[in-house]
Structures are given as C-alpha cells and as structure tokens.
Design a protein around this ligand. Sequence first.
Ligand code: ADP
Length: 808
Amino acid sequence: KTADLHGLPPGVPEHLQSEGIEELYPPQGAAVDAGILDGESVVASIPTASGKTLIAELAMLSAVQRGGKALYIVPLRALASEKKAEFERWAEYGVTVGVSTGNYDSSGEWLGSRDIIVATSEKVDSLVRNGAPWVDDLDCVVSDEVHLVNDRHRGPTLEVTLAKLRKINPGLQTVALSATVGNADEIADWLDAELVQSDWRPIDLKMGVHYGNAINFDDGSQREVEVERGQKKTAALVDDTLSEKVDGQGGSSLVFVNSRRNAESEARRLADVTKGHLTDDERAKLRELAADLRDVSDTDTSDTLAKAVAKGAAFHHAGLASEHRALVEEAFRDRLIKVVCATPTLAAGVNTPSRRVIVRDWRRYDGEFGGMKPLDVLEIHQMCGRAGRPGLDPYGEAVLLAKDSETMDELFERYIWADAEDVRSKLAAEPALRTHLLATVASGFANTRQGILDFLDQTLYATQTTESGRLETVTDTVLAYLEANEFIEREDDTIRATNIGHTVSRLYLDPMSAAEIIDGLRFAADKRVEKLRVIEGKESTSSESKQQKRQSQEEPDMSAGFTTASDLQAASNAADDEGGSEADGSEEADDEADEFETTYPTPLGLYHLVSRTPDMYELYLKSGDRETYTELCYEREPEFLGRVPSEYEDVAFEDWLAALKTAKLLEDWASETDEDRITDRYGVGPGDIRGKVDTAEWLLGAAEQLAGDLDLGNNVAVREAKKRVEYGVREELLDLAGVRGVGRKRARRLFEAGIVSRADLREADKSVVLAALRGREKTAEKILENVGRRDPSMDDVEEDSETRVATG
Ligand code: ADP
C-alpha cells in the first residue's frame, strides 16, 4: 500500500493516494522490495504503461529525502519538459526540479540548486564535459528507456554517460527503466543492479492479426471486422472501434505507419471515417482546435493537420512543430481526436494510450539496408503496448494487418509469439568512440591508453563483447585520428588533450565535424590572404606603371626643355594629376579589400561548411535534385570553403550536393523565405526546419569559437551568418528580430513601417507600431515592454528581469 511506503518526503504517500494510487502495481512493489527506497540500484524491465515513472519517482524522492540530488535522463528532448511538469507536483513537499535543455556548451551551474534535474543523455554528457560541479553530488540517476543503448546513433552516449556518472560517484544509485527486452539480466549485471522483470500489465492486452474479415487474436478468439469492397482495412478497423460503445463512448485508435507522408495521407483518409462519429459539441471543439493548430505556423503541414483535426483525425510525426504535437496529444488523451496516425517516434515514451492500436506497416525503408526492412520486435511491442487505457477500456487490442494467410502466420511468428531482441552495445563503432575518447581524455577520466581501456571496461560493451581485442583496435585507430588532427598529444605514455581538443570536447562537437570546420576556416583564411595579396599587387603594379609613365612623360619634356613658366606649371600639374589618380587607385584597392573582408566568407559558404559535418543530419537528394544542385554548385563555387570534389568522385560529390541542399534551405530561411515555401521546396516539415536551424546555430557558434581560438579570421561574418539563421532574417532586420516577441515576420512589417531598429521602436508612434502588428494590442504592449519602452502609467511597476535582459 502506498500509505506504508517509508523514506519519502512527508505528504508524498497521501498525495499519491489522492491521485488514486492506493496500491503499488506488482512490478512497483517488486522494485520497492529490491530497495529503491533505500538507495539500491535496480533495473526494471517491464511492459509499456505499467507504471515505470512511479518507480523512478519513488527512488528520486527518497534520495531527496535523504538530502541527496537526483538526475532523470530522458530519451527524447521533447519529453524533458513533460517530465519536469510531472515532477513539479512534488514542489509542495519542498522538492525542486530543473530541466536542462538549452545549448550543449554551458555548464548549467544553476542546476546545482535543484533536487531533481531532468536532461537528455547528450545534455548530461555535455554537462560532464563542461565540469558542472553538481555532477559530483549526485546520489541517484534514473535512465528512462535504457534499452536505447542499442540505438546506433544515440546509444553510445547514454552508455558512456552512465559509465562516467558511476565512475565519478561510486555508490551512485542507478535506476534503469527498460521495455521488455531479451537480456535485461545483462543490463543489470553491467549496472550492478537488482533486476525486476515482469510481464504484468495494468490492463489486458490482446494481440492479433486482421486477415479476411476478422481479427484473429493470440488467445484464440476472433472478432469479425468486415472490410467492404473498396474500403481500406484501417478504415474498417477504426470504424469498428468507434462503433463499439463502452459507457456510451466509442473507442479511439492509434495507427502506426512507416513514413511521415503515409501518416498524413492515412489521417486524411481516416478523417472521413471519424467525421461520422462526432457529436455537435465535439465538432465545435475540434473546429476551435483546428484554428489553434493553424495559428502555430503558416504551413501546408499545419493546414493539412487542421483539416483532418476538424473531422476528428490527426497525424503525429517528427516533422511537426512541438506545439502541434502537444495539442494533438492532449486532444487525443481527452478523446476529442478519435484517431492518430503516427510514425514510430510516438511509440517511444509519449503517453497516449488508446483502445486499439493498428500497426499498418511493419516494414520501413532503410537506406543502409537498401530496401524495406522489418521493424524490430521491440519496436512493434512498444507500439502494441500503447493499447488499452486503464480504467477506461475493458482491454487493449493491438492489431497487425495481413493480406494473406502466409503473412498472417509470419506476423504471428515474427512478432506476436516472439520475444524482444537483446540489447547490444554499439560503442565499438568509430564515430561513437571518436567523440567519447576525446571527451574521456579532455575531462580527465583517463590519460593513458591503458587508462582509457580500463574506463571502457566499465561499459556494457565490455560486459557483452566476445571478440577480444576489437575495442583495443578501434581505440588505437581513433587515438591516431585524434592525434593527427591535433586534438590530443602524446608524450611517452601520457595522453593529453590540446587546447583545441578541450574546446572541441566542450563544444560537444564530433571531432570529425571540428576537423571539417577547421579545414574550412583555414581554407577561407588562406583565400583571404591570397585575395588581399592580389589586390595589393594590383595596387603596386598600378603605381609602378604610373611611375614609369610619369618618368617617360617627364623625360621627353625635360629633354625638350621647359621654355616658359607656363610649360613648367603644366608639367607639374600633370604630375599632380598622376599623383591624384594614384591616390584614387589605392583607395579603390582599399575599398575592394574592405568589401572582400566584410563579405567573405558568405553565409552560404558557412552554411555549406556546417552542413557537411557529421553533426548535421543531411537532406537526401531526390530525383531531379542532382541536376538542380550541380548547377547551383557551379554557380556558387567561389563561396565554398573548400575544394569542390570532382563529379567523378561519386560519393563525395553527392555528399557535397546534399550539404548544398541543406545550406540552401538555411540561406532561404535566413532570407525570409516563407516557411511553407521552404517546406514545399525541400520536402520537409516545419519541425525539420527548426531542427536544421538549431543545429546550424550551434555549429556556427562552435565555428566562431574555433576561428577565435585558432586565429582564423573573419569572426564577424560567422557571427552574422549565425544570427541570421537564428532569427531567419536578412541582415537589416538583425537588430529588430532580436527583440523578444518580434520574430522574422513582425520585424519585416515594422521595418516596412519605417521602424528599422530597437532605438526606433522605443521612439516610434504607438499607432504605427500597432498598425505594423496588425492591430494586436497585447502583442504590441509586450513587445514595447521587451524593448524597454515603458508606459508612463507603469512607472511605479518594477521592471522585470526579462525586460532588463532584452534591453541589454
Ligand atoms: P510507463 O512509463 O511504464 O509507460 P507510466 O508510468 O506512464 O507507464 O504509467 C502509466 C499510467 O499508470 C500513468 O497514468 C500512471 O499515473 C498510472 N499508474 C502508475 N502506477 C499506478 C498505480 N500503482 N496505481 C494506479 N495507477 C498507476
């Protein structure tokens, strides 16, 4: 019983009871028995939706009650604020919560005052690198979705971060939450933790395959769901769930598909099903929601989403803006939206249970695999686990779709009867080790080859590997790479990070990205020297030739002899003229040099540079793109910071063009091209634009720092390119767009109304500002307040800190 729990801040057990949590679920009880309230480490491997979060909360709250500090590692950035909000209900018992999202290059010292800190593994890794002092004071760390160590891209960071935290804090309580995986025991071994493993679920889950006119469930039962001619299976299944009333309410469905495009088209189709099941009241609320969604952004995606939502259906994928996602999730939980079509990202962690889950696609295109590849059992199980809302549905149903009986048999074999795969460490991959070895050396975890190998011995990889010597070989390759790029240096046995190596590690760059950026900046610096030499050269050759000319003019004159004073005067005037035009010539050269200095490197050149680093996810070239971008590549060639690969270097050239496509997107964004034009032109969602913009901003910030440290030239150009991409504006709007609440569109409108700077904005006629802001009174007031213009009537109101920051 929750009332019997010990070691928690006073009031917490009663609070849980008030939330309807009177008794622990069995796996939660097992975790308490394993000692989570007493600082013991536990790995909990239990199904989705069976109360893992409470296990984490109990561990963290008891650590705080003992005077300690806890860290909660979230699997997705989008979940950080959701979790923070959830934990903040403990504030009334004196527990403080901080979330660390922000940039990867600060030490987040302020977090030291919080009891519970929420962050992604990447963020924690960077905080460790930046020497956040509170990292040494941790008593409890929770790793949510720890099975993600299996992920090729993000797994190694989580793995190394946990190993580091445990090395810094011997005796650290480690609570790892995992979906049901094949080898939870190995994870528990690695983390020296007690294993709590269970298949228990708060609500029954029936899994089955729809084939013909019925769902065949794993318990042998069948449910007839007829598919009419011309009707899609998904439509029939969604209609069927909605028609089965429980307490007067039809059930909702979650449909998993394999691509964003499919999510959108499926939602559009299913909207025609859901619209027939709405009450008048629901229709009105949905119309309002649709308007809210349109307000978020002015894009086609926004519009498509709003249209579907007005009829009771929605889609959900990583291309959506986070405000879109939050609105959709909330309305689905409130049962206003009847069906959500999602890509598998939704299955990872977002709490959106539904009566029926339909897994429409169980294969997905995989570039590295070169074709359609079946999803992992673990992924399918996580999707299915979303079925059934405790207290609302009699049971959850998860349905896969088969067009023939062989496929049905295969699906039963492959997914329904199967256990989830084992989690395997991906640490031995070179890109992962490149980053982590540099960080390990830079932050002083190890300073010899042996020390590094000893540290790596504490990872899951070491627990799992049977291939002896593999890790050693990769370690040597990576150390050689880091040394060749001057990020580390070796003296006898000792390995040290160079200054630049420290910077790279703190900036959270993949060393390969750093090397690329440094190369690009060097290329630019060399080009500048060369260009200035040419300009100077022109200047000196032109003055030399003038000298010669003058002499050759004077000589014949002299030889002819000046006969009169006026002749002499004329000769001297001519010489003066020459002198005058010589001065003009050098001014011209100066101007040319100045212009070059201020315009080189160009934003496009810099965007391309950061877009070709491994830290920027590429945009792929679609059919027709090769021609378009090849042409653009030749047109803009002088701007690139590096040598364009020849067209015969197939892969390198293709990569160059893909980076150019990303760079062009960033340039469009920084030239105030409309968001929906960009989404159209590049085939991306608004969320992708934000993603690219954020990454570019971070990488350009890093470039600025590297250029400064290595004395590689024009930092102003880098800073400006960064600011322009940050605000999405042309140069002349930089000042205005930086004011909180202004943004790219409003800045342009203010500019057109003659308000071109913050100073103007402070002085401008209020009616002009209001007109430029399309009569939005509240917005205008907020903006004026942010720019530091105070209403006389507000004189006795204390200026808030945000205003002070905004006005600098
Ligand atoms: P998971 O993280 O395992 O997917 P959650 O922690 O989100 O699952 O829990 C799912 C739901 O179950 C939440 O709404 C939570 O409030 C509820 N819940 C958790 N534990 C209990 C309990 N002991 N009794 C009743 N409800 C609970």
